[in-house]
Every structure is written in C-alpha cells, then in structure tokens.
Ligand binder design. Structure first.
Ligand code: ADP
Length: 580
C-alpha cells in the first residue's frame, strides 16, 4: 500500500474511538441535514393538492427545528473531533522525525541539506496535518452527503431523474483525476524549491558576517531573488492547477441543475412525479453541490499530502549505511583497540586511514598528532562510529564496537569535538547536557577542572548566564573550556579531546592537562592536538601522516627518533619562547 495511505490509516487506527464516534455522528448529521428537503417537498405537495392544514404544518416545523438542532450539534462535535487530528499528526510526526534525525549519522547529513531537513520536518509535516484535518473532514463529509443525498433522490424522487442529473459528473471526475496528477508533480517540484530556499536562508544567516565582510550583500540577495522566483513560479503553477477545479465544478453543477429541472418538469407533465418532488430534487441537488465543489480541494490536499508523505518518508528510510543491531551490553570501557584498521570515506576511492594499530587500556592516555588533514579527527570519529565500518573493526574490551547496543558506546564516552556546540541556554543548563541531576557543587568542580570556574564567577549571572547564539558571547577559548567542563562532568571512562585546547593559551592548557592527569588516573584519554605540549605526558603518542602512523612512542622516545615530532617540538618550543 502507498505509504501515504498507510500513514493515514495507522494514525486512524491509533484513535479508534474518536474516528468511529465521528463516523456515527457524521451519519446522523448527514441525514439530519438532508431531511428538511423531504419536508419541504411534502409541504409543496400539500399546497398543490390544497390539503395543507395548520396543525400538520406546525408539526412539520417542530420536526424541522429539531432536525436542524441535531444536525448542528452532531456536525460541530464530529468536526471538532476530526480537527484534533490536524494537530496530533503534526506533533507525532515532528517527534518521530526528530528522533529519526538524531539517530542518523554523518552520511545522512551529507545527503540532506539542513534547510531541506527543516522544510520536510515543518512544511511537509503541516501538509500532513491538513490531510488529517481538512482532508479527512471534507472527504467524510462529502462522501456521506453524496451517499445520503443520492439515496434520498433515488428512493424519494426518481431513479431515472437522478441518473440523468448525474450524467455530467464523469467529465468532472476525469479532469479532477488528470489535474490532480499534475498537482502532485508540480507540488513535488515546488517543495524541492522551497527546501532549497530555506537552505539558502540558513546559510546566509549562519554566514552573515562573512557576507557583510566581503561586501556580498547585493550579490547574495540577487542570487536569492532568483531562487525565490523559481520557487514562486512553481507554487503559482500549483495554484493555477488548483484554480481550474472550481469553475469546472460550477459548470458541471449548472449542467446537472438544468438537466434536473428540464427532465424533472417533463416527468411531472407525464404524471410520473409530482411538483413537490421536483422542488425537493432541486434542494437535494444544491446539497450535493458543496461536496462536488470540494472535490478539487480534497484531491489537491491528498496529492500534496502524498508528496509530503513521501518527502517525510525519504528522511525516515534513508540508510546512512551504519551497522546497527548489536546486542551486547557495554557497562565499562576497559580497553580500546584499533587492529589493522583502515577506513575509506563513503564515495571515496582511497582509504583515509591505513592499517592503524593501537591499543589503549585503563589509566592510559593516547596522544594523536600530525599535520592538519592527517586523519586525527577521522580516527576519533570512527571510534564513535560516525561512518560505516565496512567490515573493519575497532574493539572495546576485545569485542567489536558493532556488537554493542547502539548507544552503549556513546554513553560511555565523553567527547569534546573541534567545533564547540553550546546551546542558547544558561551555563548550568549547558552543563546538564553532560549529566542531568547534578548539584551546583559538582558543576563548579567540573568547571574548575576545565579552568573555567574563575571566568564564570566573574560573570554577573554566574551559572545562570545565558551563553550560545542568543547569550553572552564567549571567546573561542572560553567555549572550549566550557565544552571540556561539560564533558568532564560526564565523568565517563573514556574522554576524547579532539584538538579541544586549540584556542586556550599555553598556561591554561597546562593547567587543564595537569587537572586531567590528576583526576583521570583511572580513565582512558584520547587527545588529538596540533600542540604537542598537550600530549607530552601521554603513555603513547602516535604521529599520523596521510592516515598512517609514521612515528610512535612516548614523548622522550619520539624526540630520540628525531623525525616529524622532534622537528615540530623544536618549532613549537621556539614559538613559545618567542611569545613569552
Ligand atoms: P585532521 O583532524 O588530522 O586535521 P581529518 O581527519 O579532519 O584530519 O581529515 C582527514 C582527511 O579526510 C582530510 O583530507 C579531509 O579532507 C578528509 N575528509 C574529512 N571528512 C570527509 C568526508 N566527510 N568525506 C571525505 N573526506 C573527508
């Protein structure tokens, strides 16, 4: 079954009472709405025959008022119930998509651009809301109105007259189907253009400093205007297709009316039906006009929904290629081993990491150094399983990482990436990301380890200071120290610092490293750094070049080897002396 309908039915299945209740109320309201036509027809017949009495008329009026009251109550109740779905499906989908997006790893984010993910998670989700709200309401309402009205036409007036009046309808169906198909195609293009547009806006907001610094405002606005025009034209095309439905529906309705009145008149002249029947028939006809007019909107809503659903589904089913499904439980990391580990980036021809052999045990620190682009980050990212292993293994406690349950490894690792991500919240809340339910004392202790406590004490709001995009702007070094503090609060067995000290000065770096040495005697530390002073105390240091280990040993052993490490160390020492 098409995933679009599956999504709708699954949603309906989750709320059986609501939808069955709506259906019953809708049947009641459809009959109640149609019933007055029958009463009007009977009144006219009584007038024509001259048999109308006051008592009978009053009785009919009482019935009429009662029926209208029932129709009103039933219709407002079921409409309300159906429109809950408009909000609920959106909430369901938003949460589902966020969970999906958080689970996916780097290849997913390389495939879908951010603006595209946002458009699919917001606009396409709203479109699904419209399907469940307006779409369901209009479909149920129209189909019941049609079924009830046509049944009344056939049973209380005349079958031949009903068939004759409905003869033009297949023409409408044909065009509704044809244009609906085009709406689907065009809407798909329009949404892709909107995704593109949103991505552009995000990039320009992110890079607004650069745009201004390079005086590129006009050029960027020009390029953006072109893209908005593309999106606008595609949307106008959808609007143009939508606008064709109503006039055609009106034309067809007019034809049906004319047939109804002419053929109805003929049947009266032949004595087959009465004048009241023709009047009732016209009232019935006007009742089915509303559903017929709605047909175009319904179809357009479903076609858009189908596009939206498949765009959402693309996010859900995109396979980032990561190996999942491990069942082993990891409670504590005791050792990490890369054994002849090679790694090729997806889509690349040659391996980035080549035959890496490293083993780290508890209480040990591994230093990873090498030129920019030598593979330090790649090595650490792969320990976190950000790209598929493709048969290559990294083992933890002697067991391949893929055999552990999905989040077990990540939960045992405190990771500080090169790019520091702080949330627009207070320092305290940012620290809670490291570990929830910690006391302020624990937070201060972690801040002290990261040599950031003094900075926070100087801030007027202390731990309540808002940082991140919307808050106090921190220097690069401060952001790094806060990120390190957040990771240290986690206090996991394994700490990964990926060039996380690059923006702090040498003195602060030394302070942090000393704290780490004192505090993390039991843990495993992997520290990648371009500054050698950060890893000189490591138990083992590996020097990477083009993804291969070219030197390894302790600081002293590496100096003795007089290779790349020795040269770099001398250069950096001289720079440090120069700075001091
Ligand atoms: P380092 O951390 O030592 O500076 P990286 O591990 O970041 O080095 O990068 C190593 C190499 O991998 C670089 O040449 C970089 O261009 C390449 N690289 C990084 N990410 C990707 C990716 N997603 N796809 C392909 N190549 C990548």
């Amino acid at each position: 079954m098409n995933t679009f309908f599956k999504r709708i039915f699954n949603f309906i299945k989750q709320h059986p009472v609501r939808y069955i209740g709506s259906l019953i109320l809708m049947m009641v309201s459809s009959v109640a709405v149609i019933y007055p036509a029958r009463i009007i027809g009977q009144v006219v017949d009584q007038i024509v025959k001259g048999t109308l009495t006051a008592e009978w008329l009053i009785a009919q009026l009482v019935v009429l008022v009662g029926v209208i009251a029932v129709a009103y109550a039933a219709e407002s109740a079921w409409t309300y119930m159906i429109f809950i779905g408009y909000y609920e499906i959106q909430q369901d989908l938003r949460v589902k998509l966020l969970r999906n997006n958080l689970r996916k790893k780097i290849p997913f984010y390389a495939h879908f651009r951010t603006g595209d993910i946002i458009t699919r998670s917001s606009e396409d989700v709203s479109t699904m809301g419209e399907v469940m709200g307006f779409g369901t309401y209009a479909t149920l309402n129209s189909s019941f109105m049609l079924i009830v009205t046509i049944s009344m036409m056939i049973t209380t007036v005349s079958l031949p007259l009903t068939i004759a009046a409905l003869i033009p309808m297949p023409i409408l169906s044909y065009f509704v189907y044809k244009w609906g198909y085009e709406v689907e195609e065009e809407y798909s293009k329009a949404q892709a253009a909107v995704s593109e547009l949103n991505n552009e806006v995000l990039e320009m907001i992110d890079g607004n400093y650069v745009v201004r610094a390079y005086g590129q405002e006009e050029a960027m606005i020009g390029a953006f205007r072109e893209k908005t025009e593309v999106a606008m034209k595609k949307n106008i095309r959808v609007g143009e297709l939508d606008s064709r439905f109503m006039p055609l529906a009106e034309f067809i309705a007019m034809l049906s009316f004319i047939i109804g009145i002419s053929y109805g008149g003929y049947l009266v002249s032949q004595g087959v039906i009465q004048v009241g029947d023709v009047i009732a028939f016209q009232v019935y006809m006007s009742s089915i006009m509303w559903p017929i007019f709605l047909l175009g909107d319904i179809l357009s809503t479903y076609k858009r929904g189908k596009v939206a659903s498949s765009r959402i589904q693309e996010l859900e089913v995109y396979d980032d290629g990561l190996e999942r499904g491990g069942q082993s439980t990891l409670r504590r990391i005791e050792s990490i081993e890369f054994k002849q580990f090679s790694f090729t980036y997806p889509g690349e021809e040659y391996p980035m990491l080549k035959e890496i052999d490293v083993k780290i045990g508890e209480g040990e620190t591994l230093g990873i150094v090498g030129k920019t682009g030598s593979g330090k980050t790649t090595l650490l990212m792969q320990l976190l399983h950000q790209f598929p292993y493709n048969g290559q293994h990294i083992s933890i406690n002697g067991v391949p990482v893929v055999e552990y349950r999905e989040n077990d490894v990540a939960h045992q690792i405190a990771y500080v990436p090169q790019e520091h991500i702080l949330f627009s919240r207070s320092i305290r809340e940012n620290m809670y990301f490291g570990k929830a339910n910690v006391t302020d004392d624990e937070i201060w202790a972690a801040l002290k380890l990261a040599a950031f406590d003094k900075d926070v004490r100087r801030m007027p709001e202390g731990l309540d200071t808002i940082v991140g995009e919307k808050g106090v702007s921190l220097s690069g070094g401060q952001k790094q120290r806060l990120s390190i503090a957040r990771a240290l609060l986690r206090n996991r067995e394994c700490l990964i610092l990926d060039d996380a000290l690059s923006a702090v000065d040498a003195k602060t770096e030394r302070e942090i490293i000393e704290h780490l040495q004192a505090e993390r005697k039991e843990g495993i530390n992997l520290i990648a750094s371009h500054r050698l002073s950060a890893i000189r105390h490591a138990n083992e240091i590996i020097v990477l070049s083009e993804g291969r280990i070219i030197e390894r040993g302790t600081h002293e052993e590496l100096l003795d080897q007089k290779g790349w490490y020795y040269e770099q160390y001398n250069i950096q020492e001289l720079e440090e002396i120069g700075r001091a």
